[in-house]
Design a protein around this ligand. Structure first.
Ligand code: NAP
Length: 268
């Protein structure tokens, strides 16, 4: 059985954070208490993420750092090479989690995961996992490697019940990306109303709804300090079961990240 890692439930997403803004956001987030940062080879900001980590002076072993291998770096040869380059840019000896960013058809999963497993053995990553994997693909990955984490788009407008149930049954982890539906949750009347009742913001209610699912962590991206602070304020209140159901009922298959190379999402 795959032993899934302990992941701090509230992390910082860094897609689209560049240059000085990225260094500052990572530094501020760590100062505010974040201990989980998400980046990727493809975000072209690993240097800045590493700089923000070092500037904060938070010890490396207190931060859960994730990066992801891009779709052109998944062969037996490319995996160790690309990972070494990521580590060099991040200026760290290891990442806590190394993910396959997207599933691809032209390299076998066993080749990629075999190479990633060797990086587990050499200590260059503490955990391996996948991202954007449908349920059949995740099952396949779990046959090949301890890929106990799947990072997926997950917010109230996109029902992910079958993956969440699978993760719960197998004690696996889901990291919810685009958890605020890129800000759209702040305009949803039923979320606004629940937020009013709790004296919270719609973003906080949404992130709370996500982390109240067992095994789910969130990685909202925020560049503004007030957003960074707000998104961490989700541990001192709780949503009741009817409030949980209200948010769960908002699913309307709204997929905000759906590039041409995405897998067949309808696969069950
Ligand atoms: P998101 O986190 O849902 O939304 C980010 C937007 O919400 C930004 O415009 C941000 O504004 C705003 N925001 C943040 N906190 C807020 C708050 N408290 N109230 C109101 N607005 C708020 O979308 P995302 O960036 O697409 O996703 C988050 C992270 O997931 C990414 O950064 C990346 O790390 C990861 N991701 C992974 C994949 C994948 O394929 N694995 C794909 C997409 C994303 P400000 O910046 O102005 O603060």
């Amino acid at each position: 059985m795959t032993i899934a890692p302990v992941i701090p439930p509230a992390g910082l997403g860094t897609w689209d954070l560049r240059g000085k803004d990225c260094v500052r956001a990572v530094h501020e987030a760590l100062e505010l208490g974040y201990r989980h940062v998400d980046t990727a080879q493809m975000y072209e900001n690993e240097r800045e993420v590493g700089r923000g980590l070092r500037d904060s002076r938070v010890p490396r072993d207190e931060v859960f750092l994730t990066t992801k291998l891009w779709i052109d770096s998944l062969t037996r040869k490319a995996v160790p090479k690309a990972t070494e380059e990521c580590l060099k840019r991040l200026a760290t000896e290891y990442v806590d989690l190394l993910l396959i960013h997207w599933p691809v058809a032209d390299v076998s999963l066993s080749e990629t995961l075999g190479a990633m497993t060797r990086l587990l053995e050499s200590g260059r990553t503490r955990n391996v996992g996948v991202s954007n994997f449908t349920l059949p693909l995740w099952r396949q990955a779990l046959e090949l490697a301890p890929a106990g984490v799947n990072q997926i788009e997950f917010h109230p407008f996109l029902d992910q019940e079958s993956l969440v149930r699978f993760a719960r049954e197998r004690d696996l982890r889901i990291v919810a990306y685009t958890p605020l539906a890129k800000g759209r949750v702040t305009r949803e009347p039923s979320i606004v109303e629940i937020a009013r009742i709790h004296g919270r913001t719609p973003a906080q209610v949404t992130l709370r709804w996500l982390i109240q699912h067992p095994g789910v962590a969130v990685i909202p991206k925020a560049s503004r300090r007030e957003h960074l602070r707000e998104n961490l304020g989700i541990f001192d209140f709780e949503l009741g079961s009817s409030e949980m159901r209200t948010l769960s009922s908002l699913g309307r298959n709204l997929r905000l990240v759906d590039p041409g190379w995405a897998p067949d999402w309808s696969a069950r």
